[in-house]
Ligand binder design. Structure first.
Ligand code: ACO
Length: 323
């Protein structure tokens, strides 16, 4: 059976890091409030030149380099983003062009903060059916462009950045000892639109719009519901939390992450946390966190890793991967 194996990862952050204290000079907030409620200490914010596709291209190039592969080796590029440079062409095609990839297919995938989990799951279908051989899966965002910088309840939470992995189709034994994506579970429920949305869009209002969120409702839903896809992904693979090496959740809020881990019986030392330094980078947060934990030596080949996320819609999902 074919498996989608991670053969490289990479990430990119805007040069400028902004601390909570610096934000407090622009909006009525404090380092104490932000750290206590969210665990965030700083976030990176893009300048004009650091567009979503520029960050995504940098992350993707780093992933290709780590894999020892070149542009001729990739036949699928999927970019998870809710903040594309333009309405069209897609950010994925701009990353493709930026890397000199001239074959295969490229497209964007929009599932907000769950975008990377959706993109990995989608790429896995292409690879395990033989429709593609090697995929670049990118999560890239510049949420700073859609924030209302007058709204302290949202603008302190988000940051910009990008992360990427290369997935390669390899023959496996068809067991849980195989490297690669072992299982995945996706969900969405559009009835929750009003809890997290952007109040514009070129098609309806002619504006970019600004992010709006009912923080408490999102919090409640995230802690209450994300465990269903995680448990489903474990069940589909016939594995459990006890066998997990690393839990790499979407980095929105430390309290949501720790509450979810506790509920699932996942030990705190297995949880990869980067929200303190990156803030919430939406679809980029998981590949950014994977790259941190891979480069600092925590994630090793053969480790069992669970990624999970919930985002606007709501959309949510989880994937179990043996690195
Ligand atoms: N600085 C200082 N005070 C603030 C700030 C701020 N940045 N923002 C809000 N406050 C005040 C409020 O005005 C309120 O004051 P009041 O009691 O006088 O009215 C007080 O702090 C408490 O506000 P709440 O909204 O009740 O605070 P809460 O404890 O719910 O924390 C938070 C807010 C952090 C947004 C929380 O609800 C949360 O984490 N929600 C999850 C949202 C999230 O992570 N979304 C990410 C996007 S979705 C995703 O990625 C899954």
């Amino acid at each position: 059976a074919l498996r989608s194996v991670i053969v490289g990862c990479g990430s990119a952050l805007p040069a400028r890091a902004v601390t909570n204290d610096e934000l407090a000079t622009r909006v009525d907030t404090s380092d104490d409030w932000i750290v206590q409620r969210t665990g965030i200490r700083q976030r990176h914010l893009a300048d004009e030149s650091e567009s979503t596709s520029v960050l995504g291209t940098r992350a993707a190039r780093a992933a290709l380099d780590e894999a020892g592969l070149g542009p001729e080796d990739i036949d699928l590029v999927i970019c998870a983003t809710s903040t594309p440079d333009h309405t069209f062409p897609s950010t994925a095609t701009q990353i493709q062009a930026g890397l000199g990839i001239h074959q295969g297919a490229a497209f964007d995938l929009q599932a907000v903060c769950a975008g990377f989990v959706y993109a990995v799951t989608t790429a896995d279908k292409f690879l395990t059916t033989g429709a593609a051989k090697r995929a670049l899966v990118v999560g890239a965002e510049t949420f700073s462009r859609i924030l209302d910088w007058e709204d302290r309840t949202t603008c302190v939470l988000f940051g910009d950045g990008a992360g990427a992995i290369v997935l390669e189709a390899r023959e496996g034994a068809g067991t849980n000892a195989d490297r690669g994506v072992l299982s995945a579970s996706l969900r969405s429920d559009g009835r929750h639109r009003s809890k997290l949305y952007v109040d514009g869009g070129p098609g309806t209002t002619g504006t970019t719009g600004r992010l709006r969120m009912e923080g408490r409702e999102v919090f409640r839903f995230a802690v209450g519901s994300v465990t269903d896809v995680i448990e489903d992904a474990f069940r589909r693979a016939g594995l459990g939390a006890g066998e997990l090496d690393w839990f790499v959740p979407h980095q929105a809020n430390r309290r949501i992450i720790e509450a979810s881990a506790d509920k699932l019986g996942i030990a705190r030392e297995k949880v990869v946390l980067t929200v303190d330094r990156h803030g919430n980078t939406s679809a980029a947060s998981i590949p950014l966190a994977l790259d941190v934990a891979r480069k600092d030596g925590r994630i090793r080949e053969g480790d069992l890793v669970m990624i999970e996320a919930i985002g606007g819609g709501f959309t949510w999902g989880a994937a179990l991967i043996r690195w």
